[in-house]
Write a protein that binds this ligand. Sequence first.
Ligand SMILES: [Zn+2]
Length: 134
Amino acid sequence: MRKELLNSLIKNSCEKLPAESCGFLLGNIQSRCYEVLSFIPVPNISKQSQTHFTMDPAVSIPILTNATHSILGIYHSHPTAAAEPSSLDTSTLWHTFPLYGIISLQNADRPHMQFYEIKKAAPISFNKLSFESD
Ligand SMILES: [Zn+2]
């Protein structure tokens, strides 16, 4: 990831404070080597936007269904926490994408970004329910 791109991503996230920023990371992947070439910010519509993020579907769905670019993953910021996945992050539904970027703005002098691969551990289980229809 180029330094200018990282800096503009951090700058964009700072502009969203005190809310968490969020968006998509685009680029190339070759044998688990990721090359982030650009990012697309998406409005965070969470009602608790200082500690949570919910991507605005009106913006994210057209990005998700645009086949002309390849989405490597998503990013979001932690305004007051380290660049480590929270329990919310590890239960994310976004792990269908390989790359998960977290920008920590906890230390205003030294914002930094960390990337993760989050793998869903447990298989989804379900129970059969009985029902009556008459
Ligand atoms: Zn998080």
